[in-house]
Structures are given as C-alpha cells and as structure tokens.
Design a protein around this ligand. Sequence first.
Ligand code: 5AD
Length: 431
Amino acid sequence: MCYAIPGRVVEIKGRIAVVDYFGEHRNVLNDFIDLKQGDYVYAQGGIVVEKVSEKYAKQILDYWKDKFFQLKRVDQKISERKGKPNPKLKNIFEKAEKGSILNRSEILELIRMENKNEMETLFKFANGLRQRYLKNASCVHGIIEFSNYCISNCAYCGIRKDNKKLIRYRMDIDEIVQIAEHAVNDLSFKALVLQSGEDPWYTTEKLVEIIKRVRKKCGVLLFMSIGTRSFNCYKKMYEAGARGVLIRFETSNPDLYKNLHINSKSDFNKRLELIKYTKKLGYVVATGFLIGLPGQTEEDLINDVMLTKSLNPDMYSFGPFIPHPETPLSKAKTVDIETVLKVIAVCRLLDPNAKILVTTALETLDKKNGKRLGLLSGANSLMINITPERYKKLYSIYPNRAGIDKSVKENIDETLELLYSLGRAPTDLGI
Ligand code: 5AD
C-alpha cells in the first residue's frame, strides 16, 4: 500500500530541499534530517518526513515509473477543458488563469450560480487549473480521533459538552502511540492528524509525550487538531516535533461565532490569533470554515473564503454543516452539495497552488460520489479515518459520517481505487 512516492533531493537551499519526482520538482521544508544532494526522501504536506536508502527508493520508484506516467495521462485527459463559458464566466476564468485575485462580486457570481451546465463548466475549469499548477499530485492523510470529551459547547457540534447522551471515550497515551505506529509502519501513512474534542485531560506535557514518542518511532508529519489551547501548548508541541495544525475559525462573522458559542469558552478573536500564531511558529496550517451554518449569509461565505485565503493556509479545510439531532441546531437545513463544490472551485480559482481538502462531511452529503465530485471540482487532498471502529462511531460531530460503517482497510482500498481512477498519484504537493 502506498500513499507516498519517494523523491530524490536535487538541491538544498537552507531549510528547503528541492525534490525530484520523475522530472517534476517540488520545494519541501527539511527540519529534522541531515540531507545532501542525491538522498532519497519521503515528503508529505511540504515537509520531509523520512530519508530512505537508495536501494529501497529505487525499488518503489521502479514500481511507480510506468504507473506514474499512466496516471498522469488519465489526469490530463479528465482535466481537459470542456464547455463554453458565457462572457462573464470567461472573464473570471481569464483573470484566475493570469493569477489575478477575483473580487467580491465575481466570487458572488460564482457562488450564486445555479445553472447546471454553468456549474459543470466552473468545476471543469477549477479542476483544469489544479492540473496545470500541481499536476496529479495528491495528499492522503490518516486521521485518528483520540478523545470525544469536550469542554466546549459549540451549537453545531455533536460532541459538545451539553450532549449528555453521548458515550465518551478517551484513549490513553500508549494506545494513541500504538495506533499511530500501526498507521505509519503497517499502513504506510506519511502524515497523520491527531484529533480530539477540547479535552484538558491531555495536558501540554501529555501531548508533548505523545508527539515525541510517535516521532521517535515513525517518520511522519504529525498534525494536531485539538482546538483552542494556549500559545504555549502549541509552541511546546512544535518543539516536540509536531509540524501541522488543523484548526478552523468556523465562521468569519464574529457575531455569528458568538451566537454559535453561547455557554462556551470559545472566543472568535482568540481562535483567530491562535491560527495566526501557529503559522508564525512554522506549522503547516490547515484551516477553514463551515458552509451552511444557520444565519450565515452569502456575504459571510465570501468573507469566509477571503479570510481563509488571507491566512495564507497550507491547506484549505472547509465542509458543509450537517445538523446533529442532539444539538440546538438539530432542526436546521443541510446545505446542498453544489454549494460546497462551488466553494471548492472558488478557492481553487483564488489560490491555484492550494492544497484543498475533500472533507468527510462533504463525502457524507453524497456517500457514493462526494469524494470524486470534490476531487473533480478543484480539490487535491483527502483524509482517511483510521480511528478504531469501537471509537469511530462515538466521534459523532455530525450524524451518519461517511465511512463509519466500513473497516479501515475498506476505506483505504476504496480511496486509492478512486484516486487512481482519476489519475492522481501520491507525490508530494510541496510548499
Ligand atoms: N457538521 C459539520 N462539521 C462539523 N464540525 C463540528 N460540528 C459539525 C457539524 N455538525 C466540524 C468543525 C470542527 C471540526 C472538527 O468538525 O468545523 O472544527
């Protein structure tokens, strides 16, 4: 099983290593490893995670050589431009093509689009842009949900403190380390997201211990997704070897944020400052928002997209809000999948080099096609849930999550089959 292809270091420029994948070059950050030109490495999320021997690398590259070019041809074919945009759309596309930033009214035009053919033209264009800028590279990260305890009370979230019906679980340190080790050493993941509710049982010291132990045993990019914690906690986790954070600002509208976090410690400004701080520390930052929150306007949605872009994220992570029966928003409407796909396309047009995630919530809106549709609308990154089945069902941020009824192996096989059918290869996307 392979979610990463090793590359050869062709140049070192300070902390940046230039890595070659079959003639394509990517810049990656090297923090941990003593590297020289000619070394072979695995990189993920734009970070070198492991050095491998030339003999091993050549074996893998040999396996990939023909397959890689074959996949590229499939991707190229699928990404060919089709459909004739109307004059307004044509203008917008030309602007995006030149790398100019779309203005608010142009974004609004795209978000409001309802005509099916026009939407199809937009998705195709966004996918074509992804292909021209980043080729067929794709990120596949594994996510481990290690605790569903939460001191926060977000109105949209099923694991909120006030949901007394939920059976709570919390993995101990040994268990987390053992699952992470299995994911890297047996399942071949090169990037893992450790996610939980806001659970203070995991003190900074405990988190540091987890990170250090995983990093000692595995070459892996570790993302922490544990919500609002102190600056010091994020600093200590960075020092321990974590290099990614996944933390959404949820909505760019401070009033809406406030309404959704009544009786909760969550504070909009604190959260935003924290995201900026983690970026400054040098983390690979994945951030974004929820689409379709009750009370969210089109203006808010545009601001959400613009705020994400202004944070200069390493990965866009946004998804539809899906009402949970045990929350105050249980009666709210679920947003339609087209809106989510339009937002993916808009983000691609605004940021052609971006890593854009297909989230599980999008998959949940259309379990059969959601992932594929996201990848064909401008997205290029995926997460596979590797939380053990006994816990996965309890990590109920929203109901009926995609993949919940499948084993880890089924999820992995299905995802790889989909990626290959679309011509995507697991070369790193670089920074
Ligand atoms: N629907 C979709 N996503 C949700 N999240 C929380 N509740 C829901 C919901 N009902 C998302 C939040 C959070 C992430 C871990 O899960 O954006 O940051």
